[in-house]
Design a binder for this molecule. Structure first.
Ligand SMILES: [Zn+2]
Length: 230
């Protein structure tokens, strides 16, 4: 017999009809993802739990570089499969509100090494959700770039109209840094830093394809409206 005190009943309401439960196979998604970090599901609304897939692949021509991510919500990382990575298969941890981000590989130049994991965050229910990407001087570690963005979601956001902000909003910020050697020159030590390898991360592809698919939806609606008017 248990003398357990009556507990407060916690009830998870059923999902809204327009937000049915979905499932994804991480291996299938990352087989064809256009970016190193991509949402697994289209739900991006305020309060949404947003699991993303991440994949890094080592090779002689690889250089992911490094940046720091400043987030205002927790990121829970689950390493699903890792091979010669700094993560262990099955490892679960909280990434921390400020964390360095690189290839997650012991040696990014080593062919056959990879890291496959998920990063899950919960969108705030309301208010700003500030994030920043910073890059440090490779020689003296002074912060030489800081790109700020708001990762908040509108109440009913879907990925098509509101692509994952952490990825989609960064390319234009980094573009300015990449194309101006003056911006990449350290004011302290004078070192001219390499451009950030956006293409290796795929963020530019995700941003471009997101914008194009949102446009495609508009064009399709316009074509349907024109057809109805005839
Ligand atoms: Zn420096």
């Amino acid at each position: 017999m248990s003398d357990a005190k009556p507990s407060r009943e916690l009830v998870i309401p059923p999902p809204r009809p327009d937000r049915p439960p979905l499932r994804a196979n991480l291996l299938n998604v990352m087989q064809k993802a256009n970016t190193t970090l991509t949402p697994l599901f289209p739900y991006m609304h305020a309060g949404a739990i947003v699991p993303t897939g991440a994949l890094f692949i080592g090779g002689p021509d690889r250089d992911y570089g490094q940046f720091y991510h400043h987030n205002s919500v927790d990121e829970v990382i689950i390493a699903f499969v890792a091979n010669e990575a700094t993560l262990q298969t099955g490892q679960v941890y909280n990434g921390g509100r400020v964390h360095g981000v690189n290839s997650f590989l012991k040696d990014q130049k080593k062919a056959g090494s990879f890291a496959l994991f998920t990063v899950t965050q919960r969108q705030l229910d309301e208010g700003a959700q500030p994030e920043a990407i910073t890059i440090l001087c490779a020689q003296c570690r002074k912060e030489i770039f800081r790109g700020e963005l708001d990762g908040a979601s509108p109440p009913d956001a879907h990925e098509l109209e509101h692509p994952f902000a952490t990825i989609a909003k960064v390319p234009p910020l980094v573009h300015e840094y990449n194309t101006d050697p003056g911006r990449r020159t350290c004011p302290d030590c004078g070192h001219v830093n390499e451009p950030f390898p956006l293409r290796t991360w795929g963020w530019d592809l995700y941003a471009k394809q997101s914008a194009t698919m949102a446009h495609a939806k508009q064009v399709l609606h316009a074509a349907a409206s024109a057809g109805e008017a005839k």
